[in-house]
Design a protein around this ligand. Structure first.
Ligand SMILES: Nc1ncnc2c1ncn2[C@@H]1O[C@H](COP(=O)(O)OP(=O)(O)OP(=O)(O)O)[C@@H](O)[C@H]1O
Ligand SMILES: [Mg+2]
Length: 475
């Protein structure tokens, strides 16, 4: 465009120069003819001289004019190149009012529009990047050849290395499930889902890889470790419940069928059979009650309404309510002392926790053993302890005994009527009081179960002044 314009101007200038030269030559010719006829008058020479002077004068003017245009055109070309290099904020200084001025003005407008569009695109790109980085999902987009187009912060974190744009994704992420899902989305152009287990040790990701409209694919990773663990726990729980119910039920069924199908046995045998049936029915009853309690204390809505109550009262209540059971088991329950400090506790719920711990000591410590119960103040809480001198708990099991249905020795525990829910219930109750519960044990030396309760806060009413008590939980 600018070159054409430049060529036109030069052509016009050449035409003018040609016309002027032709006119001068014609005049010179006329004068020669005239001088031949009339012996060259002074006027003829003057005219010739004027023509030559005019020609000489017009040359620098034309040269100056053409140099000015060429200079402006050069400036315009230079500016266009500068724009092409990405300097969109640059503008041309405008001057004059000719066609070149209009061209310069048009170029400036184009630069302004380009600058605005690029700023708009950049701002959208930044918004998108912030949005993608704040997502709970990890995202990566690849081109048709498998090279990375972009990825968000979480994806980089999972990869554990910088995912470089323009490089093959396989250089940064090697999980076979993720790569297979992306490859399938690229080649078969359909949504592919799957699970990645080796991206991040111990974590499970759900993959969704979808083809992109303009080619390439987008993969989204969602961390499902928690969901998977909850699902697994739910499955385990159902399996455990079914198993725990089936054992006594099968026994009841067997004895009832024997009684119904054969001749009635003698009274003593009949009583024995009925005794077994009753024992198993009781066991089923206890299990369902424990399950209901567990459902209550594990519910997110479960809340205790604590009262300010003396630690010594809580310990004394537990000793009193279990004294008979302890005696029957041939054990000695010894009170090692408890402070009169007031703690925040729901007395019934804490009585149940202490009851569970003492019952465990009775069940798992050998007959004749001593069981100690006591409490002591430590900083802004009181630590309650139930200690036995039984066989103890192997260290491999100690972390797990608070899990639902977890029993160190399943056969022994079941024999003694245990369902494996007592400590899980106790843990939930203590945690609802903002306390902690744990076990310490040395094999062959016995076990010590401890839990904490927070001290009474100054604005709480005194022991016995509050009437409301949290829902009673029976196990
Ligand atoms: N004092 C203890 N000494 C040795 N092992 C213990 C003691 N207390 C608990 N355990 C172990 O921890 C397991 C879990 O105890 P938990 O109270 O939850 O269940 P359980 O006593 O078997 O049944 P439940 O309490 O529901 O009747 C027990 O089965 C037992 O193996
Ligand atoms: Mg128990």
């Amino acid at each position: 465009m600018t070159r054409k314009y430049y060529a036109k101007l030069l052509g016009l200038f050449a035409l003018l120069l040609g016309v002027h030269t032709l006119a001068t030559l014609l005049l010179f010719n006329e004068l020669l003819a005239l001088s031949a006829r009339q012996q060259l008058s002074v006027l003829g020479w003057d005219a010739l001289l004027a023509g030559v002077i005019a020609f000489i004068l017009i040359l620098p003017v034309a040269a100056w004019f053409s140099a000015g245009i060429a200079e402006r055109l050069k400036r315009v070309i230079g500016f266009a190149r500068y724009l092409a290099e990405g300097h969109l904020a640059a503008r041309l200084d405008l001057g004059g009012s000719d066609e070149l001025y209009e061209m310069e003005q048009a170029l400036n407008q184009t630069a302004s529009r380009l600058e605005y569009s690029f700023a708009e695109i950049e701002s959208r790109r930044k918004d998108l990047a912030v949005m993608l980085d704040s997502m709970q999902e990890a995202v990566v987009a690849v081109s048709a050849d498998g090279t990375v187009r972009w990825s968000n912060a979480l994806m980089q974190q999972i990869a554990g290395t910088q995912i470089r744009v323009g490089r093959p994704l396989v250089h940064s992420m090697r999980d076979p499930d993720l790569l297979a899902a992306i490859a399938e989305a690229l080649t078969q152009e359909r949504l592919r889902t799957g699970r990645a287990y080796s991206l991040n040790p111990g974590r499970i990701y759900e993959i969704s890889a979808a083809p992109l409209p303009g080619g390439g694919a987008l993969a989204v990773l969602h961390d499902v470790t928690g969901i998977e663990a909850a699902e697994q726990s739910r499955r385990d729980f159902i399996a455990n419940v079914s198993h725990e119910l089936r054992t006594p039920l099968t026994s009841i069924q067997g004895y009832v069928e024997t009684l119904l199908e054969g001749p009635l046995p003698k009274e003593a045998t009949l009583r024995e059979f009925l005794g077994v049936i009753q024992k198993n029915a009781n066991r089923m009853n206890r299990l369902t009650e424990d399950l209901l309690t567990l459902a209550t204390v594990e519910s997110p809505n479960y809340k205790v309404t604590p009262l300010a109550i003396r630690a010594s009262s809580l310990v004394a209540d537990a000793v009193e309510s279990l004294a008979g059971v302890v005696k029957d088991a041939g054990l000695v329950l010894q009170l090692t002392g408890a402070p009169d400090d007031a703690v925040m506790a729901d007395p019934d719920a804490i009585n149940q926790v202490l009851g569970n711990l003492i019952e465990n000591a009775i069940k798992y410590a050998a007959s004749g053993c001593r069981v100690e119960i006591g409490a002591m103040r430590k900083a802004d809480e009181v630590v309650f302890q139930v200690r036995d001198y039984g066989p103890g708990i192997p260290s491999a099991h100690i972390e797990r005994i608070f899990e639902r249905f977890y029993r160190v020795d399943k056969a022994r525990s079941r024999e003694s009527g245990g369902t494996g829910l007592g400590l899980a219930i106790s843990m939930n109750i203590v945690q609802a009081h903002h306390g902690r519960i744990w076990a310490e044990s040395e094999l062959g030396q016995g076990s010590c179960f401890c839990f904490t309760l927070p001290l009474e806060t100054p604005d709480e009413p005194e022991d016995g002044q509050l009437l409301s008590i949290a829902p009673r939980i029976d196990s």
